[in-house]
Write a protein that binds this ligand. Structure first.
Ligand code: FCB
Length: 445
């Protein structure tokens, strides 16, 4: 078989970083071991909110198999690995005293990465809030800013001797919006959403300050999910709905964090929650913009929904991944340009990937030619963005492994490595070999 073609990469910087990403709840398992507390996702799973009643109890068993997983990364040749710490593993009650065995797990992981020549990129918050804090109102409680600062201090003092790259949050707009309005958990109010947005922004600022103080030379950012929001019809109402979703989805967090003010469309709604000095507390200098990108989102007006919009139909003929996400590499290129122009920070693409229902063939191999084609086109689009002046410095594929895909459970697979959830065997897919080949080829240049 002819080796699949590699994308053009000539416009990427010589020090460009190739990596892979995961998150704690999605891969670790061991949810009841070594003193870990419960997270909100343990509770969602227990309440049957996830497809097939899947839970994170075992997941990829990365907690016990991290060595094997780091060995996979070494085979891939990635320079960096982005992971998250499970807050309830290190602070079972969310605040108060730390759980030493939980911290020791991340010591082992970080040491293994460094011994393998892979730079750890540590994300503090990838959605698994300790349930004990949710019971106190979670992000709707302004105290959450102090809880997060306490947690950030624990992590930076413990790991700051070995970790230099830190992200405060993964996709604040997604967990805020989906937690309160879009999707299944539509059980909240506009006021709760606006409160949450502001507190998470304040927590980001507080986290940046703690990291700067505790880790000299730290390189800090926040990771945002940036997708174009397009109207699903030509109507004016749908165009207005798209502009509104775009503001919440793409600007509600990076605008105050990087430009010091809320976008005018939502500013007045957030105003009641803003105290004197807050905007300066949020807008702390960061070193880079973390960008997660998948596909354009289609939206339509819906007067009865909380924010006046809901997801719309995708226009006929739009190419889709097997899990139904539109494929559009030009939209990626355009998103990179918009983020570059609006925020002016170096960009690291910290997630991009292809969701499907891969299965091993009779010979036990997992051939995912469509994923390779997707990644090739998206990396080519990123190279084109770099050629036109976008300061993009790294690209991390979501994900190293198939894993727990939130409300879709284990059915949607994003990994370069197939995981057999019964035996927990890892099988590198053909995209794994392709990515390894790409990294080797580019780095030889
Ligand atoms: C992103 C999440 C990540 C994963 C991918 C598919 O929005 O950050 O955890 O679920 O989508």
């Amino acid at each position: 078989m002819r080796a699949p073609e590699l994308p053009p990469t000539a416009s990427l910087r010589p020090d460009f970083i190739w990596g892979v990403s995961t998150s704690a709840f999605q891969i670790e398992g061991a949810t009841k071991e070594d003193g870990r507390g419960r997270s909100i996702w343990d509770v969602y799973c227990q309440n049957g909110e996830v497809k097939n009643h899947d839970t994170g109890d075992v997941a990829c068993d990365h907690y016990h198999r991290y060595r094997e997983d780091v060995a996979l990364m070494k085979r891939l040749g990635v320079q960096a690995y982005r992971f998250s710490v499970a807050w309830p593993r290190v602070l079972p009650q969310g605040q108060g005293s730390a759980n030493e065995p939980g911290l020791a797990f991340y010591d082992r992981l970080i040491d293994e990465l460094l011994a393998s020549g892979i730079e750890p990129w540590l994300c503090l918050y990838h959605w698994d809030l300790p349930q004990a804090l949710e019971d106190l109102g979670g992000w709707m409680n302004r105290e959450s800013v102090a809880w997060f600062a306490h947690y950030a201090k624990l992590i930076s003092t413990r790991f700051g001797d070995r970790v230099r790259r830190f992200a405060t949050f993964n996709e604040p707009s997604i967990f805020s919006l989906f937690g309160h309005s879009l999707g299944k958990r539509d059980r909240s109010s506009e006021d709760n959403l606006h409160r949450t947005i502001h507190h998470v922004n304040l927590a980001h600022g507080a986290g940046v300050d703690v990291l700067r103080e505790e880790v000299p030379g730290a390189s800090i950012g926040c990771i945002h999910n940036c997708q174009p929001c397009w109207p699903s019809s030509g109507s004016e109402a749908d165009a207005a709905a798209a502009a509104r979703l775009d503001t919440y989805w793409n600007n509600a967090f990076p605008d105050p964090q990087c430009r010091g003010k809320y976008p005018s469309l939502i500013g007045p709604a957030i105003e009641p929650h803003i105290q004197p000095g807050d905007m300066a507390r949020i807008c702390r200098p960061v070193d880079w913009f973390g960008l997660n990108h998948y596909s354009p989102v289609y939206v339509k007006a819906q007067a009865t929904s909380m924010l006046g919009f809901e997801f719309g139909e995708k226009p006929a003929g739009v190419p889709l991944t097997p899990i139904g996400w539109p494929i559009n590499p030009d939209a990626f290129r355009e998103t990179l340009r918009i983020v570059h122009e609006r925020y002016g920070l170096p960009i690291y693409v910290l997630e991009n990937g292809y969701g499907s229902f891969d299965k091993p063939d009779e010979a036990g191999a997992v051939i995912d030619a469509e994923r390779i084609e997707f990644l090739r086109a998206y990396i080519a689009a990123m190279n084109a963005a770099a050629r036109s002046g976008v300061d993009v410095r790294g690209y991390f594929i979501w994900s190293l492994l198939d894993n727990f895909e939130w409300e879709s459970g284990y059915s949607n697979r994003f990994g370069l490595t197939y995981v057999d959830y019964l035996s927990l065997q890892r099988i590198p897919k053909s995209s794994f070999r392709w990515y390894a080949d790409l990294i080797k080829t580019v780095r030889r240049r």
